[in-house]
Ligand binder design. Structure first.
Ligand code: AMP
Ligand code: ZN
Length: 486
């Protein structure tokens, strides 16, 4: 299967024609959320970006196995059991089981993903469900001589690995700079080298989340989970490995080292990284405390917001930036995206109301071609959106009788909208609950007016009093009746 798709590969630092290892099958692995707290909007941006990529690959006819893990174990600051991991810490604070924390935030994450209309992945494996696979992989790394054990903790030997391999192949950083800039973390006195990282961490008896292993009771290091789960479900070498850009320097660098040590190969042919959502130029992150919850955006309950924005307006806002560009969050930018989204949706709603003419004086084929060209050029969603605005302008112009469209072109236009607005960009029509409620109230008021004009005062009073009892006030005036919430 030949495609014209070109993707930017972080590994080679250039755009390459996308040629899957085993077309039409495509293996896609994306590092998923760490579920000890709610996801913020920055996390959502990365998952929405990969949803766009997944959707377009499906649209092109690839059979994609999309694996996105759930990190539900580990996450220490250092490499030794010097305190609780983040799951146990939260569980202790709330006096519940760590797995209750995991369950709560996994459900919350899935809900948010659904609200943003992202397609569910094909497999969503968890770290705690794959301890055996991680232990097996660590055993192989030990056998190959790239790891060593100290007091029940197993470290990856970066210095030994670097003798014959390029440890910083993904980011092209200089090893000396890396050594100079590495923070002092726990376990330094046990490690042979400053850059060594833990594959397995020895756990004290009081540590809640721990498992038996050949090296005693402990828990896996963070990086090994993605290596073990990606190779289990996608094979030792698969097509695309993705995640946020912040993961490239450590997590993905270490994943490559682990796979290379086991299988003499980098796990993925293409590495794709999404850029960061920022707030006033600073990366949105859990640790910086500048994270917005999606809920705060929808309700508008945040000091930086003047009102709430619908999930599709927020999705549209994210797609208006290319996934490799930073995107700065602001109320003004959201306001503009909201307007743009509504303009597009209003035009889509007119599609079925257009009259056709003998001949077209509009060029739909070129718009369609430019949409494919943009997506084939490393998933350039902002250019697709600009083209869809042009399509909206044409729809409005035909509706107003200022332009003419043939039946054949109208079909092309309809499929363009279906393919790009709904399937590829993953947008959908929204009716807000407020709108639904207003329509319902209009209907009730109409019923009451009918009762009144039929002199059926018993019914009209019944409606007025019934509404009053649930806190809705009806006022009759010269212009008709209005309602308000008490
Ligand atoms: P975490 O739950 O912190 O492991 O993050 C889940 C995903 O969100 C990872 O792929 C991160 O790279 C990504 N991510 C974290 N912060 C941001 C941000 N500000 N903008 C975009 N993606 C982010
Ligand atoms: Zn990962």
């Amino acid at each position: 299967m030949k495609s014209n798709l070109v993707v930017y590969n972080t590994l080679t630092r250039k755009k390459e024609v996308f040629e899957p290892l085993n077309a039409p099958f495509v293996g896609l692995y994306v590092c998923g959320p760490t579920v000890y707290s709610d996801v913020h909007l920055g996390n959502c941006r990365t998952f929405v970006s990969f949803d766009l990529i997944y959707r377009y690959l499906l649209h092109l006819g690839f059979k994609v196995r999309y694996v996105r893990n759930i990190t539900d174990a580990g996450h220490l600051e250092g490499d030794r059991d010097e305190g609780d991991d983040k799951f146990s810490k939260k569980a202790r604070l709330e006096q519940i089981e760590p797995m209750e924390i995991v369950q709560r935030y996994t459900i919350g994450f899935r809900d948010v993903m659904q609200v943003f209309n992202t397609l569910p992945p094909s497999i969503e494996p968890t770290a705690t469900g794959h301890i055996a696979e991680q232990i097996e992989m660590i055993k192989v790394i030990l056998e190959k001589g790239f790891a060593y054990e100290v007091n029940g903790t197993v470290y990856f030997d970066v210095e030994k690995y670097s003798r014959d391999n390029n440890y910083t192949i993904l980011t092209n950083r200089n090893m000396d700079d890396l050594l100079a800039n590495t923070r002092e973390l726990g376990g330094q006195d046990e490690k042979k080298g400053r850059l060594d990282f833990a594959l397995w961490i020895n756990a004290k008896p009081e540590h809640i989340m721990r498992w038996p292993s050949p090296w005693g009771w402990g828990f896996p290091g963070w990086h090994i989970e993605c290596s073990a789960m990606s190779s289990k479900y996608l094979g030792d070498i698969f097509d695309i490995h993705g995640g946020g850009m912040d993961l490239a320097a450590t997590h993905h660098t270490n994943e490559i080292a682990q796979s290379q040590a086991c299988n003499h190969s980098s796990p993925a042919k293409y590495w794709m990284h999404t850029n960061m959502l920022t707030v006033n130029g600073a990366r949105m992150s859990k640790s910086a405390g500048n994270g917005f919850l999606p809920e705060e955006l929808f309700t508008g309950d945040h000091p930086l917001l003047t009102r709430g924005y619908s999930p599709m307006a927020v999705r549209f806002f994210m797609l208006q930036a290319h996934y490799r560009s930073t995107l700065d969050f602001s109320n003004d930018a959201l306001e503009a995206s909201d307007k743009g989204f509504r303009r597009l949706m209003n035009a889509c709603a007119l599609l079925d109301k257009l009259n056709v003419s003998e001949k077209s004086d509009v060029d739909i084929d070129s718009i369609k071609q430019r949409c494919y060209d943009a997506m084939n050029d490393d998933f350039n969603s902002p250019v697709v959106i600009a083209e869809l605005f042009e399509a909206s302008r044409i729809i409005n112009s035909v509706y107003d009788g200022k332009s003419a469209i043939s039946a054949q072109d109208l079909e092309v236009l309809k499929s363009l909208v279906n393919n790009f607005v709904f399937d590829v960009l993953g947008l959908k029509e929204e009716t807000s609950q407020t709108d639904d409620f207003s329509h319902l109230m209009d209907f009730i008021i109409k019923l009451r007016l009918e009762a009144k004009s039929n002199k059926d005062y018993a019914t009209s009073d019944k409606i007025r009093i019934g509404l009053q009892e649930i806190g809705i006030q009806i006022k009759d005036g010269k212009e008709g009746s209005t309602w308000s919430k008490a």
